[in-house]
Write a protein that binds this ligand. Structure first.
Ligand code: DC
Length: 238
């Protein structure tokens, strides 16, 4: 038996390793990986570049509403990875800085921005066989997704992982700054009115605080085998 062309929704707190997990599962089982957070980050970057974001993380909402339809945000496969583009410009690197991270969460709380992103996500996933990560994929974007996973990990471990990512990119940040940003985003993402982050009733919880990537993949394989029967090639490459 092989895995059918389903949608796998992966939600959870910031920096729980959702994208690493989802990319690994996509590569292992032949799924298209889509990062919904990248779209919110892309909108945040464009908002900043257009001078529509204020220091206190509020926005010129009218200006942003007028700007959105002109934003050609889309994913493109390049060098084996799915990257976010604005027209022909690859913005995958720029959307991952702490500066953009600070505005991604507040911009994603605006209902018209969520509407804009949800429309795009439905279009990108139209071909099926997709694994998508985010905050509301299993609850709002694809409430009928066949497999839903909710990822979590202890905050200190999440801050440490994200801090090391910033350091590796040569960004000058402190662990305290990174942890404060994580906590603020978790709070905002879980308390906003539109599509707050919450665990879907039918989601499987994956707490990876003390897990290796290989253990996460074995966990996923067990889940898929339980749902769809024995898979053709259970030999894992991770
Ligand atoms: O997953 P991420 O950290 O790249 O996401 C960036 C921000 O986008 C995050 O603070 C919350 C928001 N987001 C969201 O509200 N809904 C999603 N489905 C994905 C991300």
């Amino acid at each position: 038996m092989s895995i059918p062309d389903i949608i796998i929704a992966v939600d959870g707190y910031s920096s729980t390793g959702k994208s690493t997990f989802a990319k690994m599962v996509a590569a292992e089982f032949g799924f298209l990986y889509l990062d919904s957070g990248a779209m919110y980050r892309g909108v945040a970057l464009c908002t900043l570049e257009a001078g529509l974001a204020h220091e206190d993380a509020t926005f010129d909402e009218q200006g942003l509403q007028a700007l959105l339809p002109s934003l050609e945000l889309h994913f493109r496969r390049e060098e084996g990875a799915t990257k976010l583009f604005l027209g022909d410009r690859c913005i995958e690197g720029e959307i991952r800085t702490l500066g953009v991270s600070k505005f991604a969460s507040p911009v994603s709380a605006l209902p018209f921005v969520r509407h804009f992103v949800d429309d795009k996500l439905h279009g990108f996933a139209a071909g099926g066989r997709v694994i998508m990560d985010g905050r509301d994929i299993g609850t709002t974007v694809f409430p009928n997704a066949e497999v839903k996973i909710f990822m979590t990990a202890e905050p200190a471990e999440r801050a440490r992982r994200r801090y090391e990512e910033h350091l590796a990119k040569g960004e000058n940040v402190t662990l305290e700054e990174v942890r404060a940003n994580l906590e603020e985003r978790d709070y905002r993402d879980s308390h906003r009115e539109t599509s707050p982050l919450r665990q879907a009733a039918d989601a499987y919880v994956l707490d990876n605080t003390h897990m290796t990537l290989h253990e996460e993949l074995v966990w996923m394989l067990g889940l898929l085998q339980g749902k769809f029967g024995l898979l053709e090639s259970p030999g894992l490459s991770w």
